[in-house]
Design a protein around this ligand. Sequence first.
Ligand SMILES: [Zn+2]
Length: 131
Amino acid sequence: MVGTKTVEVTCEKCGKLYETEAVDYIDLHDDRDLIRNLKSGKANRVQCPKCKKVMYLKRSIVINFEPESKIVVFDSSAKSKAAKEEIQKTFENVVAINETLEETGNETEFMVLHDLTKLKRLLEQYLKVYD
Ligand SMILES: [Zn+2]
């Protein structure tokens, strides 16, 4: 299941405001065709319908490495340790909502990445095992 959300984007070239689908969540097990986009860094690539300017949305994408108990948040703007820790803390707060989630959370390896090269390596390892 892919989680998407309709977002409004303002074109940085011509200023046009348009709506687009942003990817929030990807389950690698179900969304094989999206792995290629992830690897090339194009998962949240959008294009202005008016002037065709291509932009990349600055959003994080949650990637579920099912059946491995691993969740990776890819956010190219989370470069600093503090930014990574903040995302990590959000995850911990979410799983603390109830006991079942907390159990799942404790068994899950959670990682925040900003580096596309590292994400690529993880995706390639995953494909080697599960493809
Ligand atoms: Zn434009």
